[in-house]
Design a protein around this ligand. Structure first.
Ligand code: NDP
Length: 466
């Protein structure tokens, strides 16, 4: 039997979809899963693609069924499972065989694994797009040794999403660069989703729209500057009916959000880098607070529910404008963080290419990313808010964002990501800020010293120093 071009270990949601995508693109693939029944079922249900798939039940058979030098994709949960599988595979592999971790690894783990691999080829690639993306075309953010990437680039670009024919699969840089970019992608996803949820809350509680009307609003927005996968699916979620009860599904979904940690990693890493992403932090905090339902009930019992009804204080168009402004601000934060990491880690991350790779296949795909790719091509280091297209957009929309945040505050509607975005915008347009007071305080209690606007030098102290 002929050997397969590539192997895939881990036939869960993502692994199974990715394996079918690889086979569908004409590559012979060998698969292995810890639980053998899953492998058998996978092959049995692969239909026309089954002849391209070699199902194996031991790691030895899996490795033996691959063409040399081998390439093996791991699609298992991030963390220990990845280390276990690398440890189990390495003794069976030749030195030039390539292991590719395609799960959502923390990029620090990918850095560590790349170092531990030494000269043995190892890639960490971020794959975005959920199950459907993995099956029909994900966005792929590669990291690790460039020569290793080149070995499998023909497969990864073939299976990736295409934007006007351009594959959404790019090598980002050494070691954990791909997983880092994927983490920031997920952080932006958190903030984008949270802002949409906040606007949904205003449409529902502030304006009293029912789910069908909210779906119609999202559908309309999806034909304009906000056109994106997340707006599109928000409309589908809003209009869905529960198949058991016939009730609007959104009304019976519990208001407590889950998370797998990538947004939190992004927020933590941004703090380490000194490249703040406050809208993403607000979104992570909002998910945590959403889970505290009992506590929120206690709060409502003590303080009473907020009035919420806006009585015409805002229009739907203002909400659209506010969301446009919020989205630009949140992407500006994400790209600034990527730029900061690129410098600190010496990765030379290709910012325009990152915007391009996110234009199709991934969860945050949107029409706005086209303009972002253009702006970043012109000046990758410029905060996107200051690039001419987006500066123009913000000039036109920040008033609406301000109105939405102000009215939401007055009516007790929580909009943490939108208000954080507005505060970032206002901070970034204010040359004379308020940190002079912080510096005065720090010098007062800790003799930390300050700089002066009227003299050169550092380490000045106030009169309290004596
Ligand atoms: P699933 O839970 O659906 O599947 C996990 C797979 O890993 C199963 O095949 C399971 O095998 C296997 N596995 C679990 N633990 C081990 C272990 N210790 N050793 C060997 N195999 C193990 O996960 P997903 O497919 O959703 O996710 C896989 C990776 O892809 C994760 O890193 C995830 O974060 C990432 N990802 C997920 C996305 C999604 O939308 N689901 C999107 C993008 C990335 P068994 O059948 O034996 O349990």
């Amino acid at each position: 039997m002929s050997k397969s071009e590539i192997g895939l270990l881990g036939l869960g949601t993502m692994g199974a979809a990715l394996a079918l995508n690889i086979a569908d693109n004409g590559f012979d693939i060998a698969v292995y899963n810890r639980t053998a029944r899953v492998t058998q079922d996978f092959k049995a249900t692969a239909g026309d693609l089954a002849p391209r798939i070699t199902a194996t039940e031991t790691l030895e058979d899996f490795v033996a069924s691959l063409k040399s030098p081998r390439a093996i994709i791991l699609m298992v949960p991030a963390g220990e499972a990845v280390d276990q599988q690398i440890a189990a595979l390495r003794p069976l592999l030749d030195d030039n065989d390539l292991i590719i971790d395609a799960g959502n690894a923390n990029f620090h783990d990918t850095n560590r694994r790349a170092e531990a691999a030494g000269d043995k080829p190892f890639l960490g690639i971020g794959v975005s797009g959920g199950e459907e993306g993995a099956r029909f075309g994900p966005s792929i953010m590669g990291g690790g040794n460039k020569a290793s990437w080149d070995r499998v680039a023909h497969i990864l670009t073939a299976i990736s999403a295409k934007h006007d024919g351009t594959p959404c699969a790019t090598w980002m840089g050494e070691q954990g660069a791909g997983h880092f970019v994927k983490a920031v992608h997920n952080g932006i996803e958190y903030a984008d989703m949270q802002m949409i949820a906040e606007v949904y809350g205003i449409l529902r509680d502030g304006m009293g729209l029912d789910n069908a009307a909210i779906a119609a609003v999202f559908d309309r927005w999806n034909t304009g500057p906000l056109a994106s996968y997340l707006i599109e699916i928000s409309a589908r979620v809003a209009e869905a009916k529960d198949t058991d009860t016939g009730r609007p599904l959104l009304d019976i979904i519990t208001d407590a959000a889950g998370q797998k940690g990538t947004g939190r990693w992004t927020a933590i890493e941004a703090q380490h880098l000194g490249a703040p992403v406050p809208a993403i932090e607000a979104a992570v905090a909002a998910r945590n607070l959403s889970a505290a339902r009992d506590l929120r009930q206690t709060g409502e019992d003590i303080f009473g529910g907020a009035p919420q009804a806006l009585n015409g204080a805002l229009t739907v168009d203002q909400l659209e404008q506010a969301l446009i402004a919020g989205k630009i601000i949140c992407y500006a934060q994400g790209f600034t963080m990527i730029s900061g990491a690129s410098e600190q880690f010496g990765w030379n991350l290709p910012l325009p290419e990152i915007a391009k790779v996110w234009r199709a296949g991934c969860i945050i795909r949107s029409v706005m990313l086209d303009d972002m790719a253009t702006a970043l091509s012109e000046d990758p280091d410029k905060n996107l808010m200051f690039a001419s297209t987006f500066a123009g957009n913000l000039k036109a929309t920040h008033g609406a964002l301000r109105a939405v945040v102000a009215q939401a505050a007055l009516h007790g509607l929580a909009v943490p990501a939108l208000s954080s975005g507005l505060a970032y915008f206002d901070t970034m347009r204010t040359h004379r800020g308020t940190a002079n007071m912080l510096q005065g305080q720090r010098d007062y209690f800790g003799r930390h010293g300050f700089e002066r606007l009227d003299r050169e030098g550092k380490g000045f102290h106030g009169p309290w120093a004596n």
